[in-house]
Structures are given as C-alpha cells and as structure tokens.
Design a protein around this ligand. Structure first.
Ligand code: ADP
Ligand code: MG
Length: 484
C-alpha cells in the first residue's frame, strides 16, 4: 500500500509595530526580562485594552498581499486558560470572526537545474487573525522563570488548509511567506528571535483516500530547515507505523533538533477547552472600503511576480533574479541603477555577484546590510557605462568595483588616480602582441595548425603584460592579423 502525507501549518508572526497589541508598551527582542511591561500587560484590575491600529493595518495589508477576503467586521474573543505564560488567565484572540479569510501563498518547488525557474503553485490559506503574544517561560529542573516582555506583543496567526504533501512544500511555503512578509515590512521574521513560529499539523493516509488521517501537531522547530527536518521525520514515523498496522493517535509532539526525532508532549485527552467568548472590553472592528483601499496603496509587488517581470522586462538569467528578487531593497537598487544606464544584464551581474560577495566579506556578524553599502545605484550605473564605452575592461571594472565598495568614490576618480584607463593605442598593443607571439611558440604553432582557441593563451599574456589595460577586442584583432 502507498501512503500520502497531508500537512497544514499554523504560523505565528510578530508584527513590526512600535507598541504592543492592546497597550502602549513597546516590545523588542533582547531587553532585560520583565522590563517591557505595564499594568495592562500584567492584567491588573481596572486596566482596559486599546487596539493598536498599526497592527490591524499591517494584517489587512498581509491579507491584501495574499489575496484574502478582508472581513467587513471582525471581533475579539477571550481564549481562557490557566498557565503562567500570561498573567490575565486569558489571551485576547479572534475566534469565529477573523480579520482575513481565505487567500493563498505562491510557492516555488526547486527546478530540475539551477538555471531554470522551478514549478509554482498556490497553497490555500484558511484564515489570518490577530491576537496578543504570551510571555516566555524557561524551565529548569525544579523551577521555571517567567519573562513577560513578549506578553501582549502584536501577533498575527496565519492558518493554512491541509494543502501540502511533503517537507519540501512546507519549506517552500515558509520561504515564500517570509519573503512576502519582509517585502511588506510586516515583520523581520527572524525565527531565532521568535518573530516567526510555526506549528505543523501532519497526517498520513492511504494514497487515493479522500478521508484525512489522524493528525499530529508538531512544535518546537526554530528554523525553516528545522521545520523541514521535523516534518520529514514525522511523515516517515507515521508511514512506518501505519505499515506496521499501528494506529496513529491525535497528539502534540515536540521536535528535538539536536537528536532529530519527535517525542509526545500531550495527547488529545489533555487538550484544553478554551471557553472562547467575545471580549466585553473591546468593540468589534469595522473595515470600510475606504480604509482598505488606503492600505492597498502600500501593497508591494509580490516577489515571484517581480521575478517574472524581471525575466520579461530585463531578460535577466534565473540565477541573477533568484538573488535580486527575494530582496525588496536589492531589487529597488537594481531598478534605480538601470534607470541611469540601460544595461540590465551587466548591472545585475555586478549586483548578484560582486556586490553580494563584498557585502558578505565586509559583514562582521553575517552579511553587511545594503543600507551600509557606500556604492549608490548611480555609481554602479556609471561603472557599467565606462565598461560599455570601452574606457575600462570588464576585468578592471571588477577591481574598480571593489575599490568603490571600500571608499564610496566615483569610478572616474578611481580610474584616473590609478591610471586604469584601457589602452586602445594600436602601436603599443601591437608591440605587446608581437612580444607574446615571440615568447610563446607553442600556442602559436597550435593556432597555425588550426586550434583557434590557442589564441586565448596569447591574449592572456598580453592582458597580463598590460596589467589588464589593453582593449581586449583590439588585442584579439591584432593577434589574428599578426598570425595570419
Ligand atoms: P484544531 O482544531 O486541532 O486546531 P484545525 O481544524 O483548526 O485543528 O486545524 C489546524 C491546522 O491543522 C490547519 O492548518 C489545518 O489545515 C491542519 N489540519 C487539520 N486536520 C488535518 C489533518 N487531518 N492532517 C493534516 N493537517 C490537518
Ligand atoms: Mg485550530
């Protein structure tokens, strides 16, 4: 019997807002424990929640980006439970009337080679709602520590339909979603900081069966590849169990990333009854068409749409688009440069290769952000223009680029100061070509026997002797004439 996995995700995203969901207290990662609280966060008697408009607007923006239906009216509910990760004994969430309904996330599954775009499809969403985050507990052998800094932070929950079937699709989903959320400036989505968290619901059923199997909810993955590994393990575990005629029971399991296995945390019997009811302290939210349209104005072009446009409009290779398009700032940088000099391929080449390399070499903790790059789009365009009009060779252009990256100087300044202008002095070039021919009888003989590529060895000698400054096209022409 063949088996098929079915996977649905619940993704929590901390919104990049100045204050928490229902109070003015700020939240950012890494502050000393319990310093980002106030009486509302602590749920002291007499306090009242006040909605964070920016959080609602960011969530509507996500809904618009992902093609959701934006509810004309949504409401707030209390999810009641008794656990020290939150001080009020309930969490404010949205139960039956979420802010966004439906929608989809476009995913890309790897292509058959690095040079072509992979296959694309949409993963269907169920809903997106808003809630407040809870505090963080750290457990030790005999005691636990509580940090309420995170409690009350604006948290968006996105739920997918059971619409994925393997770990690669889950990986592609999270990669795509993360890219879109960073594009829209919704969240920085750093999983290590808990800004994006994902629970995976996994079941396995006989292939061809319509009925869903019993699902296992998998928790505690703290990177996108961690989710992939956890899902992959769990699919294998469940498939093996079914093949052995064992029953899968509905439960929550925990992924152990160090040792790569899942372990049961609690079974269905231990599941909570949250006694949801409307929060009497908060009014329902009405989203007018006018408000929605205003928010839609800041909707960014979606990453894969941009990639398709870059193929069509600029005729860029896949490898360049796959570096540039996932990064909103980098793609804007590219398009700004192209406005000043219309050679998109060469500009993309510098951005996808030289610039990326310089940024990663210059970074102390990881890659240097583009905002710290001293080269402006105008300067990169000017550099490519100097290559295109023959002022410098491509090879010299790369050295100039490195110097520009370090100093922020204009390419002209560097070229003049360092004497890098390409030589098109025919007399001088002829002298170097003749020298190369005299000193390298072997490639000369090979060329004369018909091995035309042997000329490259001679070209290399001339470029070396002129320290890259000879005009390569002229060198080629001169060598051919001298060897004819
Ligand atoms: P619960 O009530 O246990 O929270 P939901 O119906 O709300 O379950 O679904 C939660 C998540 O689990 C959703 O992403 C959904 O797509 C997924 N899901 C539900 N049933 C299954 C199943 N049998 N197999 C895989 N995923 C499932
Ligand atoms: Mg649910």
């Amino acid at each position: 019997m063949e088996y098929e996995a079915v996977i649905g995700l619940e993704v929590h995203v901390q919104l990049k807002t100045e204050s928490k969901m229902f109070t003015r207290a700020a939240y950012q990662y890494g502050d000393p424990p319990n310093t980002l609280t106030n009486p509302v966060v602590m749920g002291l008697p007499g306090t009242l929640p006040v909605m964070n408009k920016a959080a609602i607007e960011k969530t509507i923006l996500v809904g618009l980006m992902l093609g959701c239906e934006i509810a004309e009216e949504c409401k707030w509910d209390r999810k009641n439970y008794f656990y020290p990760d939150q001080p009020k004994n309930y969490q404010i969430s949205q139960f039956d009337k979420p802010l966004c309904l439906g929608g989809k996330v476009e995913i890309e599954l790897p292509g058959s080679s690095r040079n072509i775009m992979g296959t694309h499809r949409d993963v269907i969403l169920t809903r997106i709602h808003l809630e407040e985050d809870v505090g963080k507990l750290t457990h030790f052998e005999t005691e636990s520590l509580v940090d309420y800094n995170r409690a009350g932070a604006a948290l968006m929950e996105l739920v997918t339909e059971p619409d994925m079937h393997n770990a690669d699709e889950v990986f592609a989903f999270l990669t795509s979603l993360r890219m879109a959320l960073i594009y829209g400036d919704i969240s920085d989505c750093d999983m290590e900081k808990g800004q994006l968290r994902c629970d995976a619901n996994i079941s396995v059923r006989p292939k061809g069966s319509e009925k869903l199997g019993e699902k296992v909810e998998l928790k505690n993955m703290n990177s996108i590849s961690g989710v992939r590994n956890g899902v992959e393990y769990e699919i294998k575990r469940q498939t093996k169990a079914l093949k052995n005629n064992e029953r899968i029971v509905q439960e929550t399991r925990r992924w152990n990333a160090e040792s790569c296995y899942t372990i049961s945390m609690r079974s269905k019997e231990e599941a909570h009854d949250y006694r949801y009811f409307p929060d009497p302290d908060l009014m329902p939210v009405k989203v007018s068409e006018e408000w929605r349209n205003k928010i839609a104005e800041s909707k960014p072009e979606m990453p894969y749409d941009k990639q398709r446009r870059f193929f069509d409009q600029y005729d860029l290779p896949f490898t360049a688009t796959s570096v540039i398009c996932p990064d909103h700032k980098l793609s804007t940088y590219f398009e700004d440069a192209v406005k000043f000099h219309n050679n998109p391929k060469q500009i993309a080449n510098f951005i996808a290769n030289d610039l990326q390399r310089e940024l990663s070499e210059a970074g102390v903790n990881g890659v240097l952000p583009l905002s710290d790059c001293k080269i402006t789009p105008i300067q990169i365009a000017a550099l490519v223009k100097l290559i295109d009009d023959g002022t410098i060779s491509k090879q010299i252009g790369q050295d100039v680029f490195s110097k520009m990256f370090k100093s922020g100087e204009d390419p002209d300044t560097i070229i003049d100061r360092d004497g890098l202008r390409q030589s098109s002095d025919t007399g001088e070039i002829e002298k170097f070509c003749q020298e190369a021919i005299d000193n390298n009888p072997k490639p000369v003989a090979q060329y004369k026997e018909g091995k035309v590529n042997a000329i490259n060895a001679l070209k290399g000698q001339v470029m070396k002797a002129t320290r890259g400054k000879a005009n390569p096209a002229l060198v080629d022409k001169t060598l051919r004439e001298l060897l004819a």
